[in-house]
Design a protein around this ligand. Structure first.
Ligand SMILES: Cc1ncc(C[n+]2csc(CCOP(=O)(O)OP(=O)(O)O)c2C)c(N)n1
Ligand SMILES: [Mg+2]
Length: 317
């Protein structure tokens, strides 16, 4: 659990540096503060049976589901040899062999897709739990409500994590919804729901494990709201000056990675030297992977015209 969290953290901070060095382009969406959610939730699944539909702040889940560091680096640096052939700089890829179906950018649209995946398998007599994510802003899109209602009526094994990181771009929670907790909506859909501290990885893991058990028993979907703070701007081009400094200070004291390291040391599970060593070895892997990725050339311009539409013969145009 700790290894994946540190991998997520170091990958993220590497991307922030690469963006400032002009080596990463487009949107660099930091997931600082969301590591416990992405790692704890994905670890609750069985990656040989279930499916993961990650969103833009879930790098930890890609690692948990077995995606290689080199592939993720190539994808994020948009180089030739990446799964998106260098045409994308984030996580818009699917890797069916690893059971990862990377994000649909149109917020809300991925929830019916994830529900549909599990429904198709259910019709074949197979129980496949699908786990997907949406932000506090995205959760207000109509398709989210339709998908949850449909999933509950048909007892589809779907788990939706609403990552409430307080903001959707510059819009705060107070301008997004009027209910107290986003999981209160679960009652209206007739499904299980919970709101939890999204900085506590073990709590995320146990809550999601219960949701997985519930889904496997045929009892239907679960809605889980994880409460965190977006510690950076929407993406790195955004200086997030609209976020009160006190809010960031308050949440930095609850940093999920540091907090978990301290807990494991207090419990006598690891020593500070061991966690420092683990971090140093992960950082070395990261640097080596960046060096390898930067040797790959940019994609040819015509790649941008391919795979936009699919002909009925299956050829991309
Ligand atoms: C339907 C739709 N509207 C707008 C956008 C542009 N957009 C992408 S991310 C984002 C903010 C999302 O905020 P939230 O759902 O809270 O997730 P967060 O980025 O905070 O994790 C917006 C407006 C989009 N991708 N899809
Ligand atoms: Mg948000």
């Amino acid at each position: 659990m700790l290894r994946y969290m540190i991998m997520a953290r170091e990958f993220d901070t590497a991307m922030l540096r690469l963006y400032r060095q002009g080596k990463a382009f487009g949107g660099v969406y930091s997931q600082l503060g969301n590591e416990a959610v992405s790692v704890g939730s994905a670890l609750a699944l069985d990656r040989t049976k279930d499916v993961l539909f990650p969103m833009h702040r879930n790098i930890g889940g890609h690692f948990v589901f077995g995606q290689t560091l080199d592939q993720l680096m190539l994808n994020h640096l948009a180089r030739q040899g990446s799964q998106m052939r260098g045409t994308d700089g984030t996580g818009h890829y699917a890797d069916p062999a690893l059971r990862i179906y990377g994000n649909v950018s149109h917020l809300g649209a991925m929830i019916p897709v994830a529900a549909g995946f599990s429904l198709a398998d259910k019709l074949r007599g197979v129980t496949t739990v699908s786990m997907t994510y949406i932000g506090d802003g995205g959760a207000q899109v109509g398709e989210v409500h339709e998908a949850l209602n449909f999933a509950s009526v048909h007892k589809i094994p779907l788990i939706l994590i609403i990552e409430n990181n307080q903001y959707a771009y510059s819009t705060p929670n107070s301008m997004e919804f009027a209910c107290e907790r986003l999981s209160d909506r679960a009652v209206g859909y007739g499904m299980a729901g919970a709101t939890i501290d999204g900085t506590d990885v073990e709590l995320v893991y146990t809550t999601c494990s219960e949701a997985v058990d519930h889904a496997r028993k045929g009892l239907g979907p679960t809605l889980i709201e994880t409460v965190t703070m977006r510690m950076r701007g929407h993406a790195e081009h955004d200086d997030f000056s609209y976020v009160p400094k006190e809010l960031l200070e308050e949440w930095s004291a609850k940093d999920p990675v540091e907090r978990y390291i301290d807990r494991l040391i207090d419990d006598g599970v690891v020593t500070r030297e061991e966690t420092d060593e683990l971090r140093a070895s992960i950082l070395n892997d990261m640097i080596a992977s960046i060096d390898r990725a930067l040797e790959h050339p940019w994609p040819a311009a015509e790649e941008g015209l391919k795979n936009v539409f699919m002909s009925t013969a299956g050829e991309g145009h």
